[in-house]
Design a binder for this molecule. Structure first.
Ligand code: H79
Length: 423
């Protein structure tokens, strides 16, 4: 195994919107949605957008799917409006996944949604227009190295040694990136994925191309060769500790990105809320996925879950957006989690309780209130019998049985002061 060098440099996008964003919507949609996890009676029990590779479907067969793509139920505005309602601050759409199919009117490959399908309309443009209407940041996922349609694109699990990767880059990758970055307005970020054999020089060329066309467009961590402007964690993996700099967790609501009709392993809304707050408290953004069906319909279950999550996010938006990484607090709380801003410590409460008691936080507390309605709360600070600081906030009676809300502790100091455990 190749040993990777650990980068010491803190990742910084230089884009304040990304640091404050905290919650985004990933959308995986391509020809794989037509198969929905099954091809010729064979099923994949893996991520559905990988079905071509996983089940070894020949290109000549797979590309025929385009002639069936007619998503009459697709409604970009509805999706963007929902994302806005859910409190999300950016959208990342799969403009081209590993399958190689472009979801826009690409001039350099006819394997695209306008030229190869009965639908004939540009999906990327529809997202662009809807995002402009709802003031939503839009970024594009672009599979830079794997392209299972182009004869010279990389393919996982296949012999790539005879390929002319350079030819693919010049014929498809670079020109397509140029199209996305010149014809579709302000691109918030390009979400590269699986660099595979891409050399550092080639990755650098991609970065230079992006930046020459749109200097503010963020380059994701999966560009590879340590050239990304933020750290992307493994899919559905959360760092155990607070992590410095800009980073993001790409994640699924069930066990697939692209639509799979047989995947019903949905996470419940409370689990998603806990994951969001956990990621935010450690300093990261949560990029949460939906995989529309081939018709364009967004699975009802995704909408139901995110509607619930959205209620929490909206009621507690002050305690989520614009927050900063919380350092290491000595205790793991089984009932809640912490986020913070300057002079404010937010306690997210996930289990019913009479009062919020915290020890080993040594700040001078100047006030306490319920984030949802700004109701002021009574509080006392004292010392425990062991000599640790103690904070005790009284919850109002109508909150005794409630869970999933947050309390703000106002601090004289800018940051929380966490005491070690003594005694
Ligand atoms: O776009 C989503 C995934 O398709 C993509 N990243 C997210 C955001 C991704 N690309 N590669 N991987 C994820 C990891 C690949 C895992 C694999 Fe497999 C394990 C490839 C082969 C074995 C999963 C299982 C896919 C086929 C079988």
């Amino acid at each position: 195994m190749k040993k990777k060098k650990e980068s010491k440099k803190m990742k910084d996008t230089k884009q304040q919107w990304f640091k404050d964003a905290k919650f985004g919507l990933f959308i995986h949609w391509g020809l794989y949605a037509l198969l929905a996890g099954e091809y010729n009676g064979r099923k994949t029990d893996r991520i559905a957008e990988w079905i071509m590779n996983d089940l070894d479907i020949p290109v000549e067969e797979y590309e025929k799917l385009a002639s069936q793509f007619n998503p009459v139920e697709f409604d970009a505005e509805m999706i963007v409006r929902k994302a806005k309602e859910w409190g999300m601050k950016y959208i990342v759409f799969t403009s081209k996944h590993h399958e190689g199919f472009a979801m826009w009117d690409s001039k350099c490959s006819d394997y695209n949604v306008v030229k190869a399908t009965p639908y004939g309309r540009d999906i990327v443009r529809q997202f662009r227009e809807a995002c402009d209407k709802y003031d939503m940041k839009l970024g594009f996922y672009y599979s830079q190295a794997q392209d299972w349609h182009d004869p010279d694109g990389y393919i996982h699990r296949k012999d790539n040694s005879k390929k002319n990767y350079r030819a693919y880059l010049e014929r498809k990758c670079f020109p397509q990136l140029r199209e996305l970055l010149t014809e579709y307005g302000d691109v918030a970020l390009i979400w590269f994925d699986t660099p595979m054999g891409t050399t550092k020089e080639e990755s650098q060329e991609m970065v230079d191309l992006v930046k020459s066309l749109q200097p503010n467009c963020i380059v994701s961590g999966r560009i590879g060769n340590e050239l990304g402007e933020y750290m992307t964690t493994g899919d559905n993996f959360i760092p155990r500790l607070p992590y410095e700099g800009d980073w993001e967790v790409p994640a699924t609501l069930n066990d697939t990105w692209g639509f799979n009709k047989d995947d019903h392993k949905w996470k419940d809304p409370e689990e998603i809320i806990r994951l969001l707050v956990k990621i935010n408290s450690r300093g990261g953004n949560y990029l949460l996925n939906i995989g529309p069906e081939a018709s364009g319909h967004v699975p009802d279950e995704s909408v139901r879950i995110l509607d619930e999550v959205g209620k929490y996010v909206n009621e507690n938006e002050e305690a989520i957006f614009g927050t900063k990484r919380v350092g290491i607090y000595a205790y793991e709380l089984d009932w809640g989690m912490l986020t913070r801003k300057d002079h404010k410590l937010y306690v997210h409460v996930f289990k019913p309780r009479r009062r919020v008691e915290l020890i080993n936080i040594a700040n001078k507390i100047t006030g306490a209130y319920l984030v949802a309605d700004k109701r002021e709360l009574e509080f006392k600070t004292s010392m425990t019998c062991e000599g640790n600081s103690a904070i005790d906030v009284e919850l109002p009676e109508d909150y005794f049985d409630r869970k999933y809300f947050s309390v703000c502790l106002e601090m004289e100091e800018e940051e929380p002061i966490f005491e070690p455990i003594i005694g």
